[in-house]
Write a protein that binds this ligand. Structure first.
Ligand code: GLN
Length: 441
């Protein structure tokens, strides 16, 4: 039934299904049925799960929505997928995305943009737009995405679902195709924080296959959902709420803040590190890392191989020219420039120093507060074809620079489109964030 539903996919959220790919559908369904009859089903047994198309799952096409990998089939499975499969859940399909997770509207996909389920003339957000639209339109109750600079939280906000980006290192990156390795973190989409907690509990544990995966114990994400939030002090980023243009969205934010106050939360105004500077540092650093990570797609070791070349250098050039889309090329150029000998100190090194200053600033803030409340985006989902500025990412990027956990949750509609609000927590405070949102919901 779910597969039938997925195949209708009016939003272009899905790139391929896992049908017929063992042990994804038939085997997994049989195993789930056995678990049910044996009485040892987990809360995720039999639940269909959608993965962004940068998650490797053996046998599936894993394209990163790029012509470079249009025919690539995975030869191994990402750790988070393996852990989800161990719960008895069923990997059902792979979701559309911006090419190599670079973008904010899903329009950088080589396979077409994703339509917003609330209004198909608008984008679903990005880069995990397919995963967000899939959950919003009911194709699956849970989807995975990746969040390097906001790519789980922002599409979650644009599509009216909940999106969690855990602390950097909490979920294994093994098997998730790299964009910017010091920022990348798998993230979870579902309708509610409670469902995110169940999924996080099933996937968060140390992984020897990812050297940046933390050894720290996990918390009881589900068990802590009932904890009192009374008396917590939350920092309110007034400056960013004030920058929201739409009066309707402003009203939703005021309502949400009041609702949090009713739960017994106290707000104090805080200022985040300069958001424009965060955006600048992020784009220098993430592009530098991407220029290195994407050098492997040369048409020989990996990826599309051009037939229009006579020698090796021409083969590399033609393969990359044909395989990558314009945004990916822009990032590779920017990153290669920032890392080049004469400019390294002026750009890359400076941005690294800024990253440290931003982290220090968060650490200072967190001495007096429990978490931080801010918009997920200053705008609701823009129309397809409309310009999207790098600065439009300013609400999500600082959490990635500092490696902090953050969650976006829906708070209603403005002019027919969803509005999302975001909480940023201390390192490894996922249980607290999930509980706050759970109480709100
Ligand atoms: N929009 C940001 C970018 O284009 C974030 C992407 C992401 O989180 N993958 O880099």
């Amino acid at each position: 039934e779910t597969l039938k539903h997925i195949k209708t996919d009016p939003h272009n959220a899905i790139l391929s299904t896992c049908e017929g790919i063992m042990p994804m559908t038939t085997d997994a369904t049989n195993a789930a049925q056995q678990q049910f009859s044996a009485g040892d089903a987990s809360p995720l047994t039999g639940i269909p799960i959608i993965y962004k198309d940068n998650f490797n799952i053996t046998g599936t096409l894993t394209t990163c929505a790029s012509n470079m990998l249009a025919n690539y089939r995975s030869v191994y499975t990402a750790t988070v997928v393996e852990r989800m499969q161990a719960t008895g859940s069923i990997s059902i399909a792979k979701a559309n995305m911006d090419e190599f997770a670079m973008g904010s509207t899903n329009e950088n996909s080589a396979f077409g943009a994703v339509n917003n389920p609330f209004n198909p003339a608008h984008c679903a957000g990005g880069s995990s737009g397919g995963s967000a639209a899939a959950v919003a339109s009911g194709l699956a109750p849970v989807a995975f995405g990746s969040d390097t600079g906001g790519s789980v939280r922002q599409p979650a906000a644009f599509c009216g679902v909940t999106g969690l980006k855990p602390t950097y290192g909490r979920l294994s990156r093994f098997g998730v195709i790299a964009f910017a390795s010091s920022f990348d973190q798998p993230g979870i989409f579902s309708k509610t924080a409670a469902d995110c907690a169940t999924v996080l509990a099933a996937t968060a544990a140390h992984d020897d296959k990812d050297s940046t995966s933390v050894k720290r114990e996990t918390d009881d994400y589900v068990g802590q959902l009932g904890n009192a939030v009374q008396g917590k002090t939350i920092g309110l980023v007034r400056d960013l709420f004030d920058r929201v243009q739409s009066a309707e969205a402003q009203a939703r934010y005021e309502d949400a803040i009041r609702q949090y106050e009713k739960l017994g939360v106290t707000f104090i105004d805080v200022e985040l590190p300069n958001p424009e500077l965060c955006v600048a540092a992020y784009y220098i650093l993430s592009s530098s890392e991407c220029s290195s990570n994407l050098s492997r797609y040369d048409g020989v070791r990996y990826g599309h191989r051009s037939v229009h070349s006579d020698d090796l250098n021409a083969l590399y050039t033609a393969s990359r020219t044909e395989g990558f889309g314009p945004e990916v090329k822009r990032r590779i150029l920017l990153g290669t420039f920032a890392l080049s000998a004469g400019y390294y100190d002026a750009y890359y090194l400076k941005a690294q120093k800024m990253r440290r200053v931003i982290l220090n600033r968060f650490n200072e803030l967190f001495e007096n507060i429990d978490s931080i409340l801010l918009p997920t985006s200053l705008i609701t989902a823009p129309k397809l074809g409309q310009d999207f500025d790098y600065n439009d990412d300013m609400c999500t990027i600082s959490a990635n620079l500092a490696g902090l956990p953050a969650i976006s949750h829906p708070i209603g509609l403005a002019n027919g489109l969803p509005v999302g609000i975001q909480l940023i927590g201390k390192h490894f405070a996922e249980a607290n964030l999930l509980n706050l949102v759970h109480q709100f919901q």
